[in-house]
Design a protein around this ligand. Structure first.
Ligand code: UGA
Length: 442
């Protein structure tokens, strides 16, 4: 296949949309990105990523220089594009567990007013199964000649650019008949470069494509909670969950990836996706099929409580006014995202118990402060560690993994470290005279 140049619009320029827009421009397409958030659009227009994502700044300045990526706050900017990617967020509803579809619905309702003859609308947001058909009907009422496809995205924050340009697979959810065939041809043009590199392509119906996304995230969440459940067992039986994960991980059917026991999962995807999946399954009368995801969620939140208990324990029960240094606020390393961050959650709970909590993070301090303004934040790592009665490693940034226990030992008041991510070498730290405690290990 020869890579064609397609006129593309991307609606919603958050983690998903901004990376998708820049990546599509990198593939040689002409892309216009639209978002209602003026600050975000201004940052992008200046070639700056509106959030921390490794490689995105470089990619943006590269594609901005080619003129192939433009951004706008006006939906009318999509006119002239042939394919429109819907990348807006689907957060958890404030009044329950289900997904909030307000932004998706509003985006598509506005988009249809600007569609041209034969355009293809492509949904990328994570939605409850059944949404694609509903949106397809909506598109058809004002633009019967347009087609809608569902093309879920599997990128990870921290690896978003790499995951978008080198995905494990492409999934097309298509309607039956001519509209589906036409949408497939257009998607093949958009992804020609990736298909030429033999990225697997799964062509299916709407419900399957929608379910693939939540099934994948549910599986990942289950894998993490499984190993964290084993961590609970290791704690009471005197085992070591990290060794256990190594041992079962050698079985290729199980695999070692995503078996890192610790504080559990957070972020804008896994926690809300498993809850929304349960809510949708309930609506469909199949709640029993995914009731186990409630347990996955419960195991996950228990880890945060356990971490707080462990901190209280090492402080000898005297949390009040104890100096606690929390390393990490982002929900995972290489991200500035604090949505449902286990680290920030634990920090806030310890502060509630009366500890003087100082939080350090290489990238997420501004976002963390906006969410938990009552905590102390320190941008300098050594200053953050100074005088600590206990150090809690809660997000495994590389610079924390590389800490020298001897050096850190000269800064703190007490050589006590809690490794919430099983990221440190126990022998290195104990040899340097530290009390080392971790989740799921003796
Ligand atoms: C997740 C999925 O991995 C992506 O494939 C998906 O596209 C994305 O959600 C989405 O739906 O948009 P992400 O939320 O960026 O990606 O982060 P993950 O790398 O999945 O990590 C999620 C959480 O699990 C983090 O808090 C991480 O610390 C935790 N985790 C991960 C563990 O506790 N143990 C592990 O072994 C792995």
């Amino acid at each position: 296949r020869r890579a064609a140049n397609v006129q593309i619009s991307v609606i919603g320029l958050g983690y998903l949309g901004a990376v998708h827009a820049a990546s599509m421009a990198k593939l040689g397409h002409h892309v216009v990105g639209v978002d209602v958030d003026t600050d975000r659009v201004e940052a992008l227009a200046a070639g700056k990523a509106p959030f921390f994502e490794p490689g995105l700044d470089d990619l943006l300045s590269q594609v901005m220089a080619t003129g192939r990526l433009t951004v706008s706050t006006e939906m009318s900017a999509v006119e002239g594009s042939r394919v429109h990617f819907v990348c807006v967020g689907t957060p958890q509803r404030s009044d329950g567990q289900a997904a909030d579809l307000t932004y998706v619905d509003a985006a598509v309702e506005e988009l249809v007013r600007h569609l041209g003859a034969g355009d293809v609308v492509v949904g990328k947001s994570t939605v409850p199964v059944g949404t694609a058909q509903r949106l397809s009907d909506l598109v058809a009422t004002s633009r019967p000649d347009a087609a809608l496809a569902w093309n879920p995205e599997f990128l990870r924050e921290g690896f978003a650019v790499q995951d978008t340009l080198h995905p494990d697979r492409l999934v097309y959810g298509l309607p039956d008949g001519e509209a589906g065939e036409r949408a497939a041809v257009v998607l093949d043009e958009v992804y020609a470069t990736l298909l030429a590199e033999d990225v697997p392509r799964i062509v299916t119906d709407y419900p399957t494509a929608e379910l693939v996304k939540v099934a994948a995230n549910s599986f990942l969440a289950t894998k993490i909670s499984f190993i964290n459940a084993m961590a609970e067992l290791c704690e009471v039986a005197g085992g070591d969950v990290a060794r256990l994960a190594d041992a079962i991980g050698y079985d290729a059917r199980i695999g070692r990836r995503f078996l890192n026991a610790g504080l559990g999962f957070g972020g804008g995807c896994l926690p809300k996706d498993i809850r929304a999946f349960r809510a949708r399954a309930d609506e469909l009368g199949a709640g029993d099929a995914v009731a186990f995801l409630g347990e996955v969620d419960a195991i996950n939140t228990r880890r945060r409580r356990r971490m707080v208990e462990l901190a209280v324990e090492v402080l000898g029960g005297m949390v009040e006014s104890a100096e606690v240094t929390v390393l990490g606020a982002a929900f995972k390393p290489d991200s500035d995202d604090v949505r449902d961050s286990p680290a920030l959650d634990v920090a806030a709970r310890l502060a509630e118990l009366g500890a003087v909590v100082t939080v350090h993070d290489p990238q997420a301090i501004d976002n963390a402060r906006a969410k938990q303004p009552q905590l102390h934040y320190e941008r300098d790592l050594e200053a953050a560690l100074a005088g600590a009665d206990a150090v809690l490693l809660l997000t495994e940034w590389k610079q924390y993994r590389d800490l020298d226990p001897e050096r850190v030992g000269t800064l703190v008041a007490q050589r006590t470290i809690l490794d919430g991510r099983n990221a440190l070498s126990r022998t290195m730290w104990t040899d340097a005279g530290w009390q080392y405690r971790a989740l799921g290990r003796r």
